[in-house]
Design a binder for this molecule. Structure first.
Ligand code: AMP
Length: 421
């Protein structure tokens, strides 16, 4: 059958059993983050457009090219959230969360939207798991956030990730670096792609994030930020690295690591997989002191990261699931058995079994065939004999063995089997 409707380009359906893997990964994140004192926050998927334009940066690609923004019927400009940090901070300020006691540590899990060119690992609706830590300025916070990210990837069994870290300085020291970059890339203008020629004017730092190989060829000789860091930024970064050593988190210093959003300052980091670096960031984050104040909140620092779920799921080694749709299929063969089947199946569910009353199959044979196909381990048959004798038939689909029980003993029998398994 050909489908009349197709999912929108750049979006995709997450189907079972893949969706089960997603749930497990999300649960792993929830458990780990809770150990570090993070609490979940859920914000709307759309916000006013302005919120993102000002904070993410008017000249960033995320805003200029990728953000889904639209006017609603009331003429208000809205945007599907392209990232999770800014909505969390908006909620933090609006809901007065800063009046509560510390820690201000939050995590979120949910869809984000960017109109990127669809390609492997890049979607227009994608999902992120992210964390935000507010009001912690110490380099220890940076190191702890990074260590937690490493622990998360490790706990999922993901290997061969490379952590790259950098400091992109602060408003005091970055301008001199940007001037130096502008000069350097200005001298190589002819080799730059069209986007980077534009970036040269509006946001030279972002050239370092370009994926174009010709532009990338220029990077090795480009000025390096570490020569420009002010003493505060320099000390902060040195301490972050010390703490990471202490926590036994391995990293590479990459002086050209910049991130796609304008609000970052000082520590930036990415976990990469594979060889061609920029394409393969599975997790990225950094410090964003100043952003909370800019959004109208207290002048408190912040740091966080976001993991791309789609890319993450490609890396998670997985055990095959038993593709079991139900544990018990109850088959009433007579209309008069349906109500008994229904109530008893509810008891099964109250006892934490997954169960289904099959009234679809036309015969016992076809019901058993279906149970086989769906790998249902137990079937309960309710035919005329069973109804009149009050003894129902339990069939073990793996052995083919059939035993008769009164309904209560049947439940006890199933509970016993589960306990011994
Ligand atoms: P960012 O919010 O740009 O710092 O991205 C953080 C992470 O989200 C990246 O490392 C990717 O894993 C993931 N990500 C960003 N954009 C996309 C996209 N269009 N499709 C899938 N994953 C994405």
């Amino acid at each position: 059958m050909s489908s009349r409707y197709q999912a929108v380009k750049g979006t995709r359906d997450i189907l079972p059993p893949e969706s089960q893997h997603w749930t497990i990964v999300e649960q792993t994140a929830r458990n780990l983050f809770r150990q570090y004192g993070y609490q979940e926050i859920r914000t709307p998927v759309f916000e006013s457009r302005d919120l993102f334009v000002r904070s993410v940066g008017e000249t960033t690609e995320v805003i200029t090219k990728q953000m889904y923004s639209f006017q609603d019927q009331g003429g208000k400009w809205l945007a599907l959230r392209p990232e999770g940090t800014v909505p969390v901070l908006r909620a933090f300020i609006q809901q007065g969360l800063y009046n509560r006691p510390q820690p201000y540590r939050y995590f979120y899990i949910g869809p984000m939207f960017r109109r990127e060119r669809p390609q492997k690992g890049r979607y227009r609706q994608f999902h992120q798991i992210g964390v935000e830590v507010l009001a912690e300025s110490s380099p220890l916070a940076d190191a702890e956030v990074i260590a937690m990210a490493a622990e998360f990837l490790g706990s999922l069994g993901i290997r061969f990730t490379r952590l790259e870290i950098n400091s992109i300085g602060c408003l005091r020291c970055r301008p001199a670096y940007i001037t130096a970059l502008k000069q350097y890339f200005g001298n190589h203008r002819d080799a730059l792609c069209e986007d980077c020629i534009n970036r040269l004017e509006v946001n030279p730092l972002r050239i370092l994030d370009c994926k174009n190989p010709d532009c990338r060829d220029l990077f090795p000789n480009a000025p390096s930020i570490d020569a420009f860091l002010c003493s505060n930024c320099h000390d902060h970064f040195a301490q972050v690295r010390n703490f990471l050593h202490h926590l036994a988190v391995e990293f590479n210093f990459n002086p050209r690591l910049v991130r796609g959003l304008d609000y970052y300052m000082r520590t930036t980091f990415e976990f990469l997989v594979g060889e061609s670096s920029a394409q393969n960031a599975v997790l990225g984050g950094g410090r964003y002191d100043g952003l909370l104040k800019e959004l109208g909140g207290p002048d408190w620092p912040g740091i966080g990261f976001a993991i791309g779920m789609e890319r993450l799921m490609e890396l998670v080694p997985r055990e095959p699931f038993h593709e079991e749709s139900y544990e018990v299929m109850v088959i009433p063969l007579e209309p008069s058995a349906i109500l008994d089947a229904l109530t008893w199946t509810q008891h099964l569910r109250q006892n934490q079994f997954s169960a289904w009353v099959n009234t679809n199959s036309v015969s016992l044979r076809s019901a058993l065939r279906l149970a086989n196909k769906c790998r249902v381990p137990f079937v309960v048959i309710l035919g005329v004999d069973e109804i009149t004798s009050g003894k129902w038939t339990l069939r073990d689909m793996r052995s083919g063995e059939q035993i008769r029980f009164e309904p209560d003993s049947l439940m006890e029998h199933l509970l016993r089997i589960r306990q011994t398994n």
